[in-house]
Design a protein around this ligand. Structure first.
Ligand code: 13P
Length: 289
């Protein structure tokens, strides 16, 4: 069933858990996220990133994601990830997306507030929740240019805890993406998360917080981040890597590399990876759906 971004993150808040937000540019990844959520009894967010337009266009993937969500027994939010363009956002809202992120993190602060506010007005007129980002993850997911490395190398700017409430009020966003050491893409070595920044943001605001660059983090750090108020974890790179590795290994045993078999192998690998992280993100909460 479709549950909008505000309501699904409210479930997370109530249960001191985070909801996995899985980028779903393929049928295998989308089905794996929803099927695993149903199996475990947890809510899930499936994401279409504007930067994935060239993999599967919004016009093709959007209606598929919505149809899968509508018929699911799990609470599912269909969310637009890292949208930099309000006309693209409107297309997703008209299609039935019930969560969206306006990413103005690369803009000057005032412009991020101004466009974030316009995005909020538009989203709320469609009963859709809005996520905005304060600070910057550095490398831009929206441009499909995923650099990875360390937060410093990616040019990340940590969220200023003293600015968080002012930014939330100025934009009217429902949830806030914060930068505290995670990066999009593959990590070089161990990620170093700055929990001090996260704790300070949490002390100053009641708004649910979002971790981007959420794959590749240790189970211990996920738990610490959730206990410090992270309610949505964006997850893509390491799930896609797991599926690709499974396909590569399987191909060694195949005389003929049938594509349909690769999709089944990928689906199984996504399910396995997502099951592990969804249990960690639940942070001890009992099944909800
Ligand atoms: P990863 O690259 O760590 O999977 O992060 C994905 C993400 O944050 C999408 O918005």
């Amino acid at each position: 069933m479709l549950v909008n971004l505000r309501d699904i993150t409210a479930i997370a808040e109530q249960n001191n858990m985070a909801i996995g937000a899985f980028n779903s540019p393929s049928l295998e990844s989308a089905r794996a996220a929803i099927d695993t959520a149903e199996k475990l009894g947890y809510p899930v967010i499936i994401d279409h990133a504007q930067g994935h337009e060239e993999i599967t266009p919004l016009d093709v993937m959007g209606p598929v994601l919505i149809a899968l969500a509508e018929r699911s027994t799990a609470p599912v939010c269909v969310h637009l990830d890292h949208c930099e363009d309000l006309s693209y956002m409107r297309r997703a809202l008209e299609m039935g997306f019930n969560g969206a992120m306006f990413d103005g993190s690369f803009l000057p602060y005032e412009r991020n507030c101004e466009l974030g506010h316009r995005a909020a007005e538009m989203c709320h007129s469609f009963d859709c929740g809005l996520e905005c980002e304060l600070g910057s993850m550095g490398s831009r997911e929206a441009g499909a240019k995923v650099e990875g490395g360390t937060a410093e190398e990616a040019g990340a700017i940590y969220t200023d805890p003293d600015q968080a409430n002012e930014f939330i009020a100025a934009t009217g966003c429902d949830i806030l993406a914060v930068s505290f050491g995670t990066v999009h893409g593959l990590y070089k070595g161990e990620p170093h998360l700055c929990f001090d920044v996260l704790n300070q943001i949490r002390e100053r605001t009641l708004t649910p917080l979002v971790m981007h660059g959420g794959s590749g983090v240790s189970d211990e750090d996920y738990a610490k981040a959730i206990d410090a108020g992270i309610r949505k974890i964006n997850y893509f790179t390491y799930g896609s890597k797991a599926a690709g590795e499974a396909v590569t290994a399987d191909l060694k045993n195949e005389e003929v590399p049938y594509y349909h078999k690769m999709t089944m192998t990928a689906y199984d690998a996504f399910c396995k990876d997502y099951e592990h992280v969804m249990k960690v993100f639940a942070n001890g909460a009992k099944p909800i759906a």
